[in-house]
Design a binder for this molecule. Structure first.
Ligand code: DGL
Length: 275
């Protein structure tokens, strides 16, 4: 009997979620992925909690309409405000990036002093502080919003002096504390990992949520429900086709991604309304 094919649904506000997709493709090579990047409504970072929550519900409804077997919220801003509501609404498992990232950082720290960098939304939510303190109440957290790093990553300015200068400015107050671990609390930031390391120094551990999130995903997948077998087909959907999206995504993932489907923000809203 042929196994039913059900993809892993992944969404982000834009291209940053591909850092998580890349890890899923590497670690779970037989799984099919359906990725939705809400590029028309990016960025989520500066938006209100209510708006990010609504967009997250809509994006999830779209993924569910395509019969995904689980939903990975590959966006820190969305994960920081929407996970409980999405779990309450969905009949498939929902995984965010905050809890796995916090667990990996709690494991990595020796000093018990952890830095978090993310969007304004993620930092304002206090989601990482809550997740870290739930693991260990004695952990001290210093968080810094780094909004300019999102367009720098989108632009591919990974090895520029201006990028290192911006990082230095943002990390200054954080590095004045005895942090030995920094959570890259935005899906765009792993793209700038080398530049962040150059500023933070080799002693500071940088936690990239993608690996921890994929490990959490692996632990909840039941082998019978998914599976692309030996030839999984991945599908990429965006709410607007930005210039160079396909080229950048293929470069980043190191493989062709086929035709990118576009659905309008109005269609995304409709999936939620008609659910
Ligand atoms: N992907 C978002 C995150 O991880 C950052 C980009 C945005 O502001 O939408 O928080």
């Amino acid at each position: 009997m042929a196994l039913e094919r059900r993809p892993i649904g992944v969404f982000d506000s834009g291209i940053g979620g591909l850092t998580v997709v890349r890890e899923i493709l590497r670690e779970l090579p037989n799984e099919e992925v359906l990725f939705f990047g809400d590029t028309a409504r990016l960025p989520y970072g500066p938006k209100s909690k209510e708006t990010v929550l609504l967009f997250s519900m809509q994006n999830t409804s779209f993924l569910l309409s395509r019969n995904v077997r689980c939903v990975v919220v590959a966006c820190n801003t969305a994960s920081s405000v929407a996970i409980p509501a999405l779990r309450a609404e969905c009949d498939v498992p929902v995984i965010g990036v905050i809890e796995p990232g916090a667990a990996a950082a709690a494991e990595a720290t020796k000093s018990g002093s952890i830095g978090v960098i993310g969007t304004r939304g993620t930092v304002a939510s206090g989601a990482y502080e809550n997740a870290l303190r739930a693991i260990d109440r004695s952990i001290r957290v210093t968080a810094a919003a780094c909004p300019l790093l999102v367009p720098l990553a989108e632009e591919g300015w990974v090895d520029r002096q201006v990028t290192r200068d911006v990082i230095r400015e943002y990390l200054g107050p954080l590095l004045a504390k005895p942090v030995d671990t920094i959570i890259l609390g935005c899906t765009h930031f792993p793209v700038l990992k080398d530049a962040i390391r150059a500023v933070a120094g080799p002693e500071v551990a940088l936690v990239d949520n993608a690996a921890a999130t994929t490990a959490a995903l692996r632990s909840i997948l039941s082998p019978a429900a998914g599976c692309g077998g030996d030839s999984p087909v991945h599908h990429f959907v965006v709410s607007d086709v930005p210039h160079r999206f396909q080229e950048e995504a293929e470069l980043f993932l190191g493989r062709p991604i086929g035709e990118v489907e576009r659905i309008s923000p109005e269609q995304v809203e409709e999936y939620y309304r008609s659910q």
